[in-house]
Design a protein around this ligand. Structure first.
Ligand code: NAP
Length: 229
């Protein structure tokens, strides 16, 4: 296998789909993953031979272990992990944090934080020393501009940023681990009023997934520029 292997979570639509497309165009063999097999298979088919489907619910430990086993058995190693899958639970947007249902925060953490952490733990042993990990975060997780509302989402993305920084400090084998805010993009999550296309949002993700050896690690970026945590 001469192609580099990339895993993208939540690849069936939105930014994950566009990221899979761009990585495949750059010559990667992309494992497009999604929790729903029918949706994922359909998405992978649209993207051609450089994209292979694999089932993965990022909240399911068995799915994560199965994916790691499949990569080890089939390819021996991995080059890129894009932790893109995410949820934005909207029903607490007008509730004061003193009344937010704790389940909203727990569910947000499960998908947006524990999923990426579990995946990094399971896949880093397989990632090549020149590998790249991109955690798709959000400006809504920046402590430097933290506002109210959307508590589960904000708290989970701040925690994902912390995990990014800690992994980048403690994983010392050359893998570059960064977080990215894709900007406000027209996807099911971003909605129709969003100011940029999903393709444009995916560009910043793919930039971090294909950084040169001299590139940064342990940073938070938007539009290829470092932003404050
Ligand atoms: P989207 O269109 O809602 O897509 C989210 C993707 O995540 C879907 O493929 C969804 O799968 C998947 N997903 C959710 N829970 C999952 C789970 N447990 N296991 C596996 N996949 C799961 O959203 P998007 O805008 O493309 O968002 C992608 C990432 O960008 C997210 O992390 C989001 O927080 C971040 N982001 C987006 C924006 C924006 O403006 N769009 C801005 C900042 C950050 P299903 O189809 O099965 O639900």
């Amino acid at each position: 296998m001469t192609k580099k292997i990339a895993v993208v979570t939540g690849g069936n639509r939105g930014l994950g789909f566009e990221t899979s497309k761009l990585l495949a165009e750059k010559g990667f063999l992309v494992l497009l993953t999604s929790r729903d097999s029918a949706l994922g298979e359909k998405a992978a088919k649209k993207l051609g031979d450089n994209v292979i489907y694999h089932q993965l619910d990022v909240t399911d430990e068995d799915d994560i272990n199965n994916l790691a086993h499949f990569i080890k058995k089939t390819y021996g190693k991995l080059h890129v992990l894009v932790n893109n899958a995410g949820i934005f639970l909207k029903n607490n947007s007008k509730t004061n944090i003193t009344k937010t249902d704790i389940e909203i925060i727990k569910d947000s953490m499960e998908t947006n934080v524990y999923g990426p952490i579990r995946l990094m733990q399971a896949l880093i042993p397989l990632i090549d020393k020149d590998g790249r990990i991109v955690n798709v975060s959000s400006g809504m997780g920046c402590l430097s501009e933290m506002e109210g509302g959307h508590h589960g989402y904000r708290i989970s993305k701040t925690a994902l940023n912390a995990a990014t920084k800690i992994f980048s400090q403690e994983v010392k084998n050359g893998i570059k681990i960064n977080a990215v805010c894709p900007g406000w993009c027209k996807t099911r999550m971003g909605g129709r009023s969003a100011t940029r296309s999903a393709e444009k949002g995916a560009e910043g993700i793919v930039w971090l997934a294909t950084l040169p050896k001299s590139g940064p690690t342990g940073g938070f970026f938007r539009d290829k520029k470092r932003i404050k945590w």
